[in-house]
Write a protein that binds this ligand. Structure first.
Ligand code: PNS
Length: 168
């Protein structure tokens, strides 16, 4: 297959608290469409995350080790400013269900208003992943639910550790 027609450098921003296999699927598919893909963790203390930014970055790095054009970073302030500083011309986001659409549309339009030269593109979540969310994973693990196959192994282990769930 020929390389990308445009010099696309994409930012895939999010909370990633923690990364799920849905995120990983999007990273895998997105990385094939662009030259560089920068996965960017939002540094936002107001959200009271389960994992620190450093932990989330570590898990992302471990889970994306096999992708040669994927980097992991973190940002605060406006996403579009971080994207511009990284030389990115595309923001990549995933959409699972119609319920994601409205919020994503608002963010995409705001980002376009702030920096019209940076485009937002959406990928539909793989059907096997359309029900997974970081939020649900965090709800299920402390109650003893099995999330194997829904999150990368590094995340499964850290979740069990965090919630002190018995490891087999
Ligand atoms: O994984 P999330 O929590 O849905 O990701 C949301 C994120 C990080 C993409 C969004 O909150 C964001 O871009 N925040 C940075 C602040 C910003 O640029 N706001 C203006 C555009 S909405």
């Amino acid at each position: 297959m020929a390389g990308p027609a445009l010099n696309l450098v994409a930012i895939y921003p999010g909370s990633f608290d923690p990364i799920t296999n849905g995120h990983l699927d999007l990273i895998s598919r997105g990385s094939r469409m662009v030259e560089r893909l920068i996965v960017a963790v939002l540094r936002n203390e107001n959200k009271r995350p389960l994992f620190s930014v450093q932990e989330r970055v570590e898990m992302l790095r471990e889970a994306t080790r096999g992708f040669s054009n994927v980097e992991v970073g973190s940002f605060d302030g406006l996403l579009v400013n971080y994207a511009a500083a990284q030389g990115a011309n595309l923001i990549l986001r995933g959409i699972r269900a119609i319920s994601d659409y409205e919020h994503e549309l608002q963010m995409a339009l705001m980002n376009r208003r702030l920096r019209p030269e940076i485009e937002t593109a959406f990928l539909m979540a793989g059907e096997a992943y359309s029900f997974i969310s970081s939020h649900l994973v965090k709800q299920v693990v402390p109650l003893g639910g099995d999330v194997a196959g829904l999150v990368p192994p590094v995340v499964e282990a850290r979740l069990k550790e965090r919630y002190a769930v018995q490891q087999e």
